[in-house]
Design a protein. Structure first.
Length: 81
């Protein structure tokens, strides 16, 4: 399950703007929400994205590469602990 979860976390990072934009198809949306149930890292990430959107008033479709790297690093650290 370790590999599956790693892949899914990357997918969450890629899909989060579509999710918040309400533009995911229902199957992807369901998968996304199921992932959040067991993955604290992605749940926190989604919270951060929501906060960002509340502050900026829009969804950033281009996630800065720097932020993406930080998040993926955080996911790795979270799984390792
Ligand atoms: Zn995750």
């Amino acid at each position: 399950m370790r590999l599956d979860r790693e892949l899914a976390c990357r997918e969450v990072v890629e899909l989060v703007t579509s999710y918040l934009d309400d533009s995911l198809d229902p199957a992807d949306r369901e998968r996304f929400e199921e992932h959040l149930v067991f993955c604290d890292g992605c749940e926190n990430y989604l919270d951060q994205m929501r906060t960002t959107i509340r502050l900026t008033g829009r969804v950033e479709h281009e996630l800065p590469a720097e932020l993406q790297a930080v998040l993926l690093e955080a996911f790795r650290g979270w799984r390792a602990s």
